[in-house]
Design a protein around this ligand. Structure first.
Ligand SMILES: *Cc1c(COP(=O)(O)O)cnc(C)c1O
Length: 358
């Protein structure tokens, strides 16, 4: 039953041991320019090649068409809540937002500091238990863009299908489920995601943006926040987060070696089905997310008898199952399934759920 500690944190992913080993060896290696990676200036040929390699791997995995730019930016998804509006929302325009939960609310709050925002659907009407039905959204006549949050990591709900493309570019905060399943990039105008939730190190925020949206900004904005300038400078307006990009490249390579996103998604679906079935089969648990909307990356639930909860978390920790606390704003439990979890990790969390349900 005991074994190494396993993290089920939604805040940071697990780096597979093979990748850690490769990185350890690699960091000592001198590159072509005769220095190890972390000693290199960001404009060096080695760093440029490393960035191009990570971009190429991401393009291949997600089948990103050539009319989309890939940006390696910084600030975390939270910074991009503002940056999206700074770049895409002109003074007289309005941006449509779908409020699915905690992260969408933060995105809305930040964008509203920059420009005019309309909340066209809200999960509040049902306690954020499901994604508001697509046919009930109330879009603005000529929105600059429409923003969604593909996975609400605090509430444990996830878009199972995305709205059909129309004239209004769809912008998605995919931090909660980036690279956990195949997506059709062509359905989106812009996708952003913090790297630490799926690709390793904090400090890198990936942006995939349709090139026709990359116009010089109408309003003055700082150069490092300007998507147009970032794209023109190949993400080197200033020093990019080189180590985080390097690690992302290694993680992308690992995903390829595992068989790609369809394989990972299928494996994930099997694992989640099993865990949700366990949660559903005991009266000890309450799973607030509605069936059909439940997240395959962040499984959120609580105890029907809340007084047992802190004891159950202690039991988890004693079994080496770590970071099962729900988001502080929501409470309860949260199991984040990482791409790098093994069958045995899932076995252990399933055993644990069975144990605490009795
Ligand atoms: C974690 C998270 C964020 C915030 O990411 P930071 O890198 O901390 O800025 C934003 N959106 C979602 C869906 C998240 O899960």
């Amino acid at each position: 039953m005991m074994g190494r500690d396993v993290s089920f944190s939604a805040a940071a992913t697990t780096i597979p041991p093979d990748v850690i080993e490769r990185v350890r060896a690699d960091l000592r290696q001198k590159r072509d320019s005769n220095f190890p990676l972390l000693d290199l200036p960001f404009s060096s040929a080695d760093v440029c090649a490393l960035m191009a390699d990570a971009e190429m791997r991401l393009r291949t995995l997600l089948d990103i068409p050539s009319n989309y730019a890939v940006l390696f930016s910084q600030g975390g998804a939270y910074a991009h809540f503002s940056m999206v509006a700074m770049n895409l929302l002109a003074d007289n325009d309005v941006a449509d937002y779908v409020d699915t939960g905690l992260w969408a609310k933060r995105a809305i709050e930040e964008a509203a500091q920059v420009g005019r925002v309309s909340v066209i659907a809200s999960g509040d009407e049902n306690g954020c238990r499901s994604v508001p039905p697509l046919d009930g959204w109330r879009p603005s006549p000529r929105a600059a863009y429409r923003h969604i949050t593909s996975n609400e990591s605090a509430q444990g709900i996830q878009f199972q299908e995305f709205p059909a493309p129309n004239d209004v570019p769809l912008v998605a905060d995919m931090t909660g489920d980036f690279l956990t399943r195949p997506i059709n990039v062509r359905q989106f105008g812009l996708i952003y995601a913090s790297a630490q939730k799926c690709l390793g190190a904090a400090g890198l925020t990936l942006v995939i943006v349709r090139r026709d949206l990359l116009r010089p900004c109408a309003r003055p904005i700082p150069a490092v926040f300007d998507y147009h300038r970032l794209a023109a400078a190949h993400s080197r307006v200033n020093t990019p987060p080189i180590f985080a990009i390097y690690l992302a490249g290694q993680m992308l390579r690992w995903i390829e070696d595992e068989g790609g996103l369809a394989v990972l998604a299928e494996r994930r679906a099997r694992r989640c089905d099993r865990l949700y079935r366990l949660l559903g089969s005991s009266r000890a648990f309450r799973c607030s997310a509605a069936p059909g909307h439940r997240s395959a990356t962040t499984l959120c639930f609580s105890f029907a008898a809340p007084e047992g909860q802190s004891m159950a978390l202690e039991v988890a920790a004693s079994r080496g199952l770590r970071y099962l606390e729900g988001h502080p704003a929501v409470g309860g439990f949260r199991i984040a399934i990482h791409n790098a979890h093994t069958d045995q990790d899932i076995e252990r969390i399933a055993d644990y759920l069975e144990y605490i349900s009795t």
